[in-house]
Design a binder for this molecule. Structure first.
Ligand SMILES: NC(=O)c1ccc[n+]([C@@H]2O[C@H](COP(=O)([O-])OP(=O)(O)OC[C@H]3O[C@@H](n4cnc5c(N)ncnc54)[C@H](OP(=O)(O)O)[C@@H]3O)[C@@H](O)[C@H]2O)c1
Length: 305
């Protein structure tokens, strides 16, 4: 079913992915609105909600064709204390629940709900398996978080709304995200692979991720898809490629895992472990990547025109 020129509501639309997706959708002729916790509206498209307090006006979710659920507290910003973990989960799940409760009562329900999820679904572990969508979730914090996040999206199916989940890898973008954190040490000559450096870093260029959301909307796709580039990249390869592109030398030995664990606690596993994730399922739906390989994706992210 073609959903062109329809109305799209994005939760967390002010973030890295949301901004880029809004620009693409508007260019394609969609009318885009945001749900934001920010009370001061920065544009006419912004609507207010406060998922923590259950605040969301029913009229602000009425009449949309597509909902994109991107809202969530940043996963890697603060140490994973018990309360931070609760915040990471609640900001995704409670917000989806609030949306569900309001949409349940609307006259005109959306046709499609898309939700972000993460490749953390498969658990932070390094093995030789190429993870596909049907694989079971990991039992660690991120695995459990993604299971709850995805369930909160899947419940929209009970309202007759097609639901699609994009399990997203590390987003390479010119405007921030994980790459921004990696650059300073390499720029100052203090860059080094983390731990063994052999862990995979499933990644995707922001332009491909936004095109993938558009592809799902245009084709009304249903189900779960890995949103990762079709080529693999290890942490050591990523560090070397960035250094090469910046014209810097890597001379330090790998940063030992125990040091990262001391600094970051449980969160260190997220960067010390990782397996390859397959893009085959989305490719089989006819999706074509602009950035299949890491070097051009990094070039475009590090040196935007
Ligand atoms: N970027 C990546 O590499 C990556 C990888 C895998 C998965 N993802 C997932 O994809 C989604 C979008 O990613 P992103 O990089 O665009 O994230 P982002 O830049 O951190 O933006 C997320 C948005 O969520 C809202 N938000 C933040 N804290 C919140 C809270 N406590 N409760 C409710 N809303 C909150 C904010 O919007 P307002 O302030 O306007 O409310 C924020 O702009 C996220 O769920 C993220 O976990 C991202």
């Amino acid at each position: 079913m073609e959903l062109l020129n329809s109305k799209v509501l994005i939760t967390g639309g002010s973030g890295l992915v949301g901004k880029a997706l809004t620009a693409l959708l508007e260019m394609e002729g969609y009318q885009v609105y945001h749900l934001s916790r920010n009370k001061t509206a920065k544009s006419a498209r912004q609507r207010f909600w406060d998922p923590n307090k259950g605040v969301l006006d029913a009229k602000d979710v009425e009449g949309f064709d597509v909902i994109v659920h991107l809202a969530g507290a940043p996963i890697a910003k603060k140490r994973w204390t018990a309360s931070r973990k609760k915040n990471i989960i609640d900001s995704r799940v409670t917000s989806a629940q609030l949306l569900y409760n309001r949409i349940r009562k609307t006259q005109q329900k959306p046709k499609l709900l898309l939700s972000a999820s993460g490749i953390g679904y498969y658990g932070c572990k390094t093995d030789n398996h190429l993870y596909v969508e049907g694989d079971p979730p990991g039992s660690d914090f991120l695995g459990r978080c993604c299971v709850q996040w995805e369930k909160s999206a899947q419940q929209f199916e009970t309202l007759g709304i097609t639901t699609c989940i994009l399990r997203t890898g590390v987003v390479f973008s010119r405007d921030g995200g994980a790459l921004k954190q990696l650059l300073p040490p390499i720029n100052y000559g203090l860059g080094a692979p983390l731990g063994s450096g052999k862990q995979h870093v499933p990644w995707i260029h922001i332009d491909d991720l936004c095109q993938m959301y558009l592809h799902v909307i245009k084709n009304n796709l249903h189900g779960t898809f890995n949103a990762v580039a079709p080529t693999t990249l290890t942490n050591a390869e990523l560090t070397q490629k960035i250094a090469q592109l910046l014209g810097k030398k890597l001379w330090l030995p790998n940063i030992p895992a125990f040091m990262l664990k001391l600094m970051l606690g449980e969160m260190a596993n997220m960067i010390l472990e990782g397996s390859a994730v397959s893009a085959q399922k989305i490719v089989e739906t006819g999706f074509v990547f602009q950035y299949e390989k890491a070097t051009p994706a990094l070039l475009s992210s590090l040196f935007p025109n």
